[in-house]
Design a binder for this molecule. Sequence first.
Ligand code: ATR
Length: 273
Amino acid sequence: MNVYCVIGDQRVERSLSPIMHNSVFSGLEMDSKYVAFAIEPADLKNAVLGIKSLNISGANVTVPHKETIIPFLDGLSARAQTIGAVNTIVRNERAIVGHNTDVGGFGDLLDKFGISPKNSDVLIVGAGGATRAILYSFVERGYRKVSVVNRTHEKAIDLTSRLGGNAIPLENLTESLRATTLLVNTTSVSDFSEGSYFTETIFNFLSYDNLQMVVDINYGRKPNLWADLAKRNNVAFADGLYMLAAQARRSFQLWTGIITQMECFLRPLGLVE
Ligand code: ATR
């Protein structure tokens, strides 16, 4: 049997990755199993050694280990190197190599909604770990107008100076919001109870003249202020579930070489019949 896993902290217990991958394994009658491991940051190096010595066939990496795992790997794909974050580990003979399928997974979401660089004015909210792959996905696809606004402006400056896009200070937000066609929330905030002056400013802004879509990369959040913002402006909304399925499909392909239909990963999430 081939064993695959996801490593994160205690939150990994709620990960939907085992449900998706195990469903695809059984659908394809593969003798494989996918499990979740909660790993404390101090144990990360040993966990990576365990992946190697136990002959784990492939792994996903989730918060908070996506960046800190890098020194313990044998190599990185060009994308993972540029972004500085790994969400997938691929076994290559005796070496284990870090990849990032979040970039392609987010790109798949843009494709699904027919969003292209032409006439897109993107505003990314947040500049944390999850923002990297998303910002890079836009930059790699040739989007010219990509702004990043973050509660802590210095982090937006740091991120854009490494990956591209423009950091917008909160004081200049009004102009950016008016031009925005696609708003992407990458902060951990989807509910006012977790929010701040910062998210309220974005929510309460009234002149979204050009807005066409709102994306919240979180999922399973109700109430969701980003969904409410989309509704108020009568534009499309997507949460992070499609991207989750898309990155999983891309990890699966890296591990097995098998290209599956997107539906195989959407079905276990209840997103298709
Ligand atoms: P992750 O790796 O999951 O992205 P992170 O690196 O801690 O987590 O980033 C969380 C993001 O959510 C950051 O952009 C953070 O803003 P700061 O950089 O200012 O900390 C943002 N965030 C978290 N709580 C927030 C809040 N109450 N209001 C606004 N932004 C918030």
